[in-house]
Design a protein around this ligand. Structure first.
Ligand code: BEZ
Length: 211
């Protein structure tokens, strides 16, 4: 059955461009992003891996380790990394899984046969420090992902993991957040000392608690 939010992220051992990775051990106490690519030496993937490399400091700041996957072998990955570094003017700074036997792709349901029976779609899994799946996004091969949006969602996930809040539409780090419906308004004032704005009994806002 396909993975769902809240499931334990399946563990695996895989060869990568940075050596053998035992996934859960490699994650340690960090959050993780596992994302797949249709194939090496393809244009959209080349731009994506360059974009993620350039965001390294942003992922480190959030205690997130990044790992990519493509169903080509290690030799292919090594050659392609040279091209990514050259064309995207960066250095690929995370491992790329060589999944030519589709072990990890199948474990994470990354091949969608009605889209393409040979290549993985553009899957993204965000995995929490508890190794549970927090976010699943699937893009078609022809659409490059927005990794700034991914950082925004990670900010939301990490905030809501620690406080009784949710984030509204188009929220960005630093903006007001929604008080969880589980919190009664009479209890909210003590819980959110920065202020509580009651717009409707079910719609209460507060400044971001960790800012
Ligand atoms: C790409 O990564 O450029 C790509 C891969 C498969 C289909 C279309 C684009």
């Amino acid at each position: 059955m396909a993975l769902r939010l809240g499931d334990l992220a399946p563990d695996f051992k895989a060869e990568t461009s940075e050596g053998t990775v035992e996934f859960h051990k490699w994650l340690g106490d960090s959050w993780g992003v596992l994302f797949s690519h249709p194939a090496d030496y393809t244009p959209v993937c080349t731009t994506e891996l360059g974009a993620v490399s350039k965001l390294r400091d942003e992922f480190v700041k959030r205690n997130v380790k990044v790992i990519a996957l493509s169903v080509d072998d290690l030799a292919s990955h090594q050659g392609w990394i040279g091209d990514i570094n050259e064309t995207q003017e960066t250095e690929v700074n995370f491992p790329i899984i060589a999944d030519s036997e589709y072990k990890v792709s199948n474990l994470y349901d990354m091949v969608h046969p009605n889209a393409n029976d040979k290549f993985t779609v553009r899957s993204v899994f965000v995995i929490g420090a508890d190794k549970k799946v927090k976010l699943i996004i699937t893009y078609p091969a022809s659409t490059g992902r927005n990794f700034v949006e991914l950082l925004r969602v990670i900010d939301s996930l990490q905030l809501t993991a620690n406080f009784s809040v949710a984030t509204p539409a188009n929220w960005k780090d630093g903006e007001d957040v929604v008080i969880s419906p589980a919190i009664k308004t009479e209890d909210a004032y003590a819980k959110f000392p920065k202020g509580v704005k009651v717009i409707k009994p079910y719609l209460r806002m507060t400044p971001q608690p960790n800012k």
